[in-house]
Design a protein around this ligand. Sequence first.
Ligand SMILES: [Ca+2]
Ligand SMILES: [Ca+2]
Length: 559
Amino acid sequence: MRRRIPVFFVVALALLVPSFARANDPTYPITSVTDSFAGPVNSFQDPAGGTYSIEAGFIDGVNRILQQAQLHAGDDPTQQIQALYDSLTHIRPDPPYTHLMDAGDPRYSPDWNHDGVFGDTAETAPSKVGDFDVDVDSVHDTAYFRYPCLSPKYAWALRYANASGTCDMPVKHVGLGVVREVSVVNSRGLMLDATLWIPAGAFKPGACPAFDGAGYASRARWESCVRSSSFNGKRFPGVIFNDGLASIQQHYYWIAELLAAHGYIVLTYDPAGQGRSEGNAADVLGLTMPTRQCQLAGSCVDVQDMARWFTGRTIKPIADSGMRFAPRKDPAKNAPDPVLPILDTSRIGMTGHSMGAIATLSYVRALGEGKGLDGRPLPWIRAASPLEGSLSSHAVVPIQFVTGDYDGSPTTVTPGLFGVELSQNGEGIGYYTIKGVYDSLRATKERAALSLIVVEGASHEDFADQPPILQTPWSLGMAGWYTTAWFDCWVKGQASACERARTPLPHLSKAFASEQDADGPIGPLPSRCIVVPTEASLNQTPPEFSAAEGGKPVYNCKP
Ligand SMILES: [Ca+2]
Ligand SMILES: [Ca+2]
């Protein structure tokens, strides 16, 4: 924990505020903290969203217990014991194969059960099997997802792309990408659940079933959709996304779909010990590995394995003394990445949330050190955009840190207050921790561009999209917008996107500076303010709060 501020001091400070308030808006510290509560309010007001979470996440989970018990009754007893043990010791323990309370946001659900409805449940689907049920069963499915549009033009309200790729008319859907479930054995011999998000433009006409047309409902017909003979030969840049602690890929479908809609092939996966992957809580922490590269060390080695698999490299087994009932699997037997023929492996970006942001930064650090945990060089990436997580790293590829006004609370689920953060030695979450790493990278002689984006009103769970979590109406849009701009600039090499990445939009923080060092620490340019702060925030440290209330907000970027 970074700082301990006596509560009475803060209360006393708050009482003093009216006497010397000279900031733009003295009510701002109070009004801005309520932004986060828009998410839960929307979830409870929207019957579809609220009902979905209860049905798909809980009621249908009870059905999954019964179905899966029958389906796996004939399995090898050792495997059954292992599955039971892994489920009970998972970072979010659960009965095996059920995924209670794991469902994400239905607005970003693919049509996994192929009935023409996106985000339906067992209660509403004619087949009595919902999209989430099919997503988390043991079959590797393929399905369509809608291209989301999140744009300031529509005040960040979710729309879906129409056939021409624009979002000007609020249509039901039609820009459709293809999503494919896969699994990959990691270097510790544990099976990881993963998902590939493929832009529609990759396929020959007729390679996948027409939406709602003949064969659309056939699981077998979908089986042949993602393979090399289906592709038209066009190549795409890629993005790897890393989960936050105790989450599941479903909470991040929004960003995978957004990036795929912008022409990236995206890989999402669950690290060992959480989501749908094998392993237990000790495997997330990497407690039984010989060496550890971050506190949540399992996630920091899984990202290396997944980057190798995604780009067609081999995964080499590493030692792990963790107890297993069933034998560890052999990563040499992994099926190859089916999108490799259309993936431009020289243009890869990486992002992730919280633990996944730390994993992203650990990957960049390993790039700077020249080798991964197994001693071999790692596949290069072109850019990183860690969301709400921090670790000391190297500016060897352009890094855009994204955080929020209220990131960093030690409870993680409530807004951070008074600058008290969950972090240690630069590793953790919260504006001050992230800013500390940003400034320490700025003090090096390294070359890559750096950026720090602070989203107004966003607390730590804003980017893990699981209703009814705290979330501002613009959090997904803003994080998606700047991450896409960063990758379009540095992964695709689009100059206009570089401009977009340093152009302020409403709902960047007014209390903490967003800033960018466009030519890296070694270049002569300073860190330029994207936004010069004008307001005070309840998540500032008391000295910074009083400075802001006194009309002199603290920042060290160049206006
Ligand atoms: Ca459906
Ligand atoms: Ca499935």
